[in-house]
Structure formats: C-alpha cells, structure tokens
Design a binder for this molecule. Structure first.
Ligand SMILES: CC(C)(COP(=O)(O)OP(=O)(O)OC[C@H]1O[C@@H](n2cnc3c(N)ncnc32)[C@H](O)[C@@H]1OP(=O)(O)O)[C@@H](O)C(=O)NCCC(=O)NCCS
Length: 223
C-alpha cells in the first residue's frame, strides 16, 4: 500500500486503529447528510466500510486513504479512489472525500482529490475517473469542478437524485499539459511536457463503495 504527500496532507494507508476516527466521521450527521439515505451508520456498517477499504487496497492496488494534516498530525478524513461495484455504468472508480467538519473550507478535499486523480491516472493508469454525489451536495460538486471533473448528468433513483462527473485520462493529461504551459508562460520560459505518458487515445449510501513515493509532482495546494 502506498502513501503520498501533498502540500498539506499525508495520504496514508489504513491502520486498524483508524476505526475510532472513522466511526466519529461516519456518525456525524453533518458529514453523512448527503451520504445516508435512510438509517444512520451503525458500528457494524462502519466496520464494513473499513474492511471494504482494506479489501480494495489488497485486490485493486488502490483505495481510499486516511488523510492526515502534516503540520499537526491530526486525522482529517478519508480521501481517495474508491471502486463502486454497483455503479450502473462502465466507469466504476470514483474519487471521493469525507472530512471532519473542523477541516472544511480550507481547500483540503480539493488538494487531496487532485492528488488522488494524479495517482489514478499516472500510477494505476485508469482510463477514466468519475465522482458522484447527491445533486443537492453543492460543496462536493464544487470540489468535483475544482478537480477538473466534468458534469455528465443526473441519475434519478427512487430515493434521491445523484449528480455525476467524470474525466478520462486523455483530457486529464491535456489539462495538466496546459497547466504546465501556463506556468511556463508566467515564468517567461517554455515548459515542455516531457515525461508525460503519450495518451492513447452500497446499499442506501452514496459513494462509500459498500455493497511516500514522491509521486505527487504537482503542487496540489488550492485556495
Ligand atoms: C464536501 C467536502 C469534502 C468538501 O471539503 P472541503 O475541504 O471543505 O472542500 P474545499 O475547501 O476543497 O472546496 C469546497 C468548495 O465548495 C464551496 N462550498 C462549500 N459549501 C457550499 C455550499 N453550501 N454551496 C455552494 N458551495 C459551497 C466552497 O466555497 C469551496 O469552493 P471555493 O473554493 O470555490 O470557494 C466536505 O464538506 C465534507 O466532508 N462533507 C461531508 C461529506 C461529503 O458530503 N462528502 C462527499 C460525499 S460524495
């Protein structure tokens, strides 16, 4: 299992003692407002989320990370790639984020989300990454926008409306190259996109997937 760093976050693999923080996160009604459709998470549900997280790392080689604030060592939340097996479309890997309330509004979900996408495209070499949330979850949709994901449409479920976003690797690489061009222009020099790969061309819950390598070259800091 791999850990990566951004400007402010350490995204590290799961450990058994993360269960207490995960329980605090998923039993906060403000955090689960747009995740839980009916019954709140029970301790058994939380344990299943943790087990599914570890299973993804073991079988897929990726999964959600624990986000730690580097400056303080505090447990921020859960950010990363997540396979949604029952998603009704071909793209099953989403990028997702759930943070303790005390960390909201500082650009951390965007910072971690961008790093997760870089990992997904550059290391896992996914062809496409998606993200889905309740259509009313404006903050999460804004994070999707800021991560470069593009609105794809709405899914009308019996219980709620889900908005979903996606981007494929070709477009993501193009956006990274144009970012490098902009940086180069700002610095008055040409930046060649050297080294970039050649593009060839759970029940009742939304987005939780239930039922330091020095990799992150870009500065994922936002705000
Ligand atoms: C969604 C969540 C991860 C965002 O985390 P965050 O670190 O605060 O996100 P960021 O600071 O990177 O960006 C949030 C953006 O949404 C905007 N935003 C926040 N609340 C908003 C609202 N009610 N309406 C519109 N925009 C809103 C912020 O202004 C910011 O955009 P800006 O940078 O253009 O100002 C966090 O609120 C959270 O953990 N929520 C509960 C769990 C959840 O719903 N996860 C998603 C499930 S799919």
């Amino acid at each position: 299992m791999t850990a990566i760093e951004t400007s402010r976050l350490l995204l590290r693999p799961w450990q058994p003692d993360d269960l207490a923080e995960l329980t605090r996160l998923l039993t906060d009604p403000e955090v689960t407002r747009y995740i839980v459709l009916s019954e709140p998470f029970t301790p058994k549900d939380v344990a299943e989320v943790a087990a599914r997280t570890l299973e993804q790392w073991e079988h897929n080689g990726f999964g959600p990370w624990v986000a730690i604030e580097k400056a303080t060592g505090r447990w921020v939340g859960r950010i990363g790639l997540n396979e949604i097996r029952d998603w009704p479309g071909p793209e099953k890997v989403e990028v997702g984020w759930e943070l303790h309330q005390e960390f909201w509004g500082r650009g951390l979900a965007t910072e971690g989300g961008r790093a997760s996408m870089r990992y997904g495209f550059e290391v896992v070499r996914l062809a496409r990454i998606m993200s889905a949330t309740m259509a009313t979850n404006a903050a999460s949709r804004r994070v999707m926008d800021k991560c470069g994901l593009r609105f794809q449409g709405e899914l009308h479920l019996p219980e709620t409306v889900v908005a979903w976003y996606a981007i494929d690797r070709v477009h993501w690489l193009a956006s990274q190259a144009s970012h490098l061009d902009r940086v180069g222009a700002q610095e008055g020099r040409q930046v060649a996109a050297v080294g970039l790969p050649v593009p060839s061309v759970e029940a009742g819950r939304i987005g939780l997937g239930v039922g330091a390598t020095g990799l992150v070259g870009g500065d994922e800091m936002v705000k």
